[in-house]
Design a protein around this ligand. Structure first.
Ligand code: DX5
Ligand code: ZN
Length: 208
């Protein structure tokens, strides 16, 4: 299992990103909120970009924003493996996925707990990853929604039936117990479980 570390709940971001950098974590998960799509409003890009100097890990960017097209060119500038935005946005989704691909970055769609898996169908040919939200997007430290277990199974069946090679990532409330409900995933995103602990590596290892 791959692990992506979120620093959304961190009280000292540069310190925790450096600490994550010293582990074998696969990606740094970057949560971006615009204060509109979600209440959360994260730092402007010009401040955010300084933070990534503290890591050589590839970034897994999760845009919780109304207008992904505004953010894609900015985050494409960094050491970015994935840019993921929400299937619930009203922008032209195919156009935005193609914009990500133009930068030779892997593209993904995130799906919120209340959204049906069938919403993803039109976009499957464009997707390298699907981010299944196991909490309502917008803040760290929430409890894993149990029904996500069935949603992961549903997405896996959908990918198989369309012969898609997209990976499944699960985000929110991940810990050593809830990871057992995500056996069918490829990547687990974990925030507070790692950053609230004294031993980041031990927590990461427990998720693999
Ligand atoms: C929620 C974010 C998650 C969150 C994960 O809106 O997308 O990435 O920070 O944090 P934990 O693991 O604390 O739920
Ligand atoms: Zn996230």
């Amino acid at each position: 299992m791959k692990v992506s570390g979120s620093f959304l709940s961190s009280k000292n971001i540069p310190r925790d990103i450096s600490k994550l950098n010293d582990t074998d974590i696969d990606y740094i998960h970057v949560d971006i909120g615009d204060g509109k799509f979600v209440k959360l409003k994260t730092m402007p890009f010009r401040e955010m970009r300084n933070i990534y100097k503290f890591t050589s890990k590839r970034l897994d960017v999760h845009l919780m924003v109304k207008k992904p097209s505004k953010y894609i060119p900015l985050y494409a500038e960094l050491n970015t493996e994935y840019i993921i935005f929400h299937v619930e946005v009203l922008e032209d989704i195919v156009k935005d996925l193609e914009l990500i691909k133009k930068y030779s970055i892997k593209a993904g769609l995130a799906i919120s707990p209340e959204t049906k898996v069938s919403e993803l169908v039109p976009y499957l040919p464009y997707l390298d990853v699907i981010l299944i939200m196991s909490v309502v997007p917008g803040k760290g430290g929430q409890e894993f929604i149990e029904e996500t277990k069935d949603k992961i199974k549903e997405v896996r069946a959908l990918l198989n039936s369309y012969k898609s090679k997209a990976l499944i990532s699960v985000d929110g409330g991940i810990n050593e117990e809830t990871k057992n409900l995500c056996a069918d995933a490829d990547i687990l995103v974990a925030g507070s479980y790692i950053t609230n602990s004294d031993d980041f590596q031990e927590k990461i290892t427990s998720l693999r």
